[in-house]
Design a protein around this ligand. Structure first.
Ligand code: ATP
Length: 361
């Protein structure tokens, strides 16, 4: 059985001379929550608009449920979009807002009333029918916008930074609610954010985007724990990047020689030649700072530059001999380390991930 609901094939798009999408391929199974994650301007919204039919690609095709919809009008596609500014009709109450598109379709009153009620139950706003948009909180308005989109029973719901306008606390709460709602509905969500934490919390898969291309597509654990490139490592989880020369030392390990000292990294099957220049990503929480000597003579010599201890998270910034900074972070208790202390930067071989191998050739 083919359970692919959306397929993008070699999508290209330019605005004037500027190439915005550079050959996008994406295949999304039914019911998946997939997030397009990337910095401002990388092409996320343009991709979404092409799926919605609000923009036409220069090249490539869009398939929905196996059907080529590239040349189909937006309202002929089984897709709905929820934008950051929920765009509720301010002069209509909640019920009328949700019923609006159903009325346009000339659906009978009884069915509309039943559908609206079901949608409100789903977004947990039963009893709010008569409220006006300005009598709702940001989170509630957002849920009305989603209710309004789901009454059309879209096969795919497109969400463009739907939580962007909310304050942090509400945002966290809505992340959980939205994820639950998606599972309850079983609707495919294509979600846009530039907030990596939001992407990691909510998604089944994340497509990390860079300059109009997907740099890596994978589960949150795959992109977080096994970033393929330094870009992904930095963008998702702000990993430390450490460059040096590799030497195979057996048992699937390489020694990374840097100007400040050596570290060990597992190759995970990558073929590395002795003397090859490589870059390794090490998560902030995987970095341990040691005072004195290590037993195995491993570790990069560094000097503590700054220490921040806020909200139960300790963050220590150290600098290497060339001035480059590395960050070590951990939950919990403060550390006796202080600015100016000499330390060795260490990590476990499994916690170093070799990145940019394809780029390096
Ligand atoms: P953001 O997170 O800021 O919304 P994004 O990743 O969604 O960014 P897009 O909105 O897809 O990025 O825009 C990608 C690039 O295309 C940007 O450089 C933008 O200025 C440009 N662009 C988008 N729409 C148009 C347009 N209609 N005409 C000209 N340039 C456009």
């Amino acid at each position: 059985m083919n359970d692919t609901i959306l397929e993008l094939y070699q999508i290209e798009k330019s605005f004037g001379d500027v190439r915005v999408l550079n050959g996008i391929d994406l295949s999304v199974p039914k019911g998946e929550f997939i997030t397009l994650l990337g910095p401002s301007g990388c092409g996320k919204t343009t991709t979404l608009r092409i799926i919605a039919g609000l923009e036409t690609p220069d090249r490539g095709r869009v398939f929905l449920a196996g059907k080529d919809v590239t040349d189909l009008e937006p309202n002929k596609r089984n897709v709905n979009t929820v934008f950051q500014n929920y765009a509720l009709f301010p002069h209509m109450n909640v019920e009328a807002n949700i019923a609006y598109s159903l009325k346009l379709k000339r659906i009978d009153k009884q069915t509309i009333s039943k559908t609206v009620k079901e949608a409100l139950d789903l977004v947990q706003l039963a009893g709010y029918e008569k409220r006006m948009p300005d009598e709702l909180s940001g989170g509630q308005r957002q849920r009305v916008a989603i209710a309004r989109a789901i009454v059309n029973e879209p096969a795919v719901l497109l969400l463009d930074e739907p939580l962007g306008a909310l304050d942090l606390q509400l945002r966290h709460q809505m992340q959980i609610e939205l994820k639950r709602l998606q599972k309850r509905l079983g609707v495919t969500f294509i979600y846009i954010t530039h907030d990596q934490e939001e992407a990691l919390n909510m998604s089944d898969r994340i497509a990390v985007m860079r300059d109009g291309k997907f740099e890596q597509i994978g589960t949150p654990a795959q992109v977080y724990d096994h970033p393929r490139t330094s870009y992904v490592a930095r963008f998702v989880g702000s990993a430390n990047l450490i460059s040096g020369t590799a030497y195979n030392v057996g048992e699937g390990l390489i020694r990374l020689d840097t100007e400040d000292g050596p570290g060990l990294v597992r190759t995970r099957g990558a073929r590395i030649m002795d003397g090859q220049a490589i870059t390794v990503a090490v998560r902030r929480e995987s970095v341990t700072l040691v005072t004195g000597e290590t037993n195995d003579n491993l570790g990069l010599r560094a000097v503590v530059k700054e220490k921040n201890y806020a909200g139960g998270v300790l963050q220590i910034i150290v600098s290497l001999s060339d001035g480059r900074e590395l960050v070590s972070s951990r939950q919990g208790i403060d550390s006796p380390l202080k600015a100016g202390d000499h330390v060795l930067v260490t990590w476990l071989p499994d916690q170093g991930v070799i990145v940019d191998l394809e780029e390096a050739g």
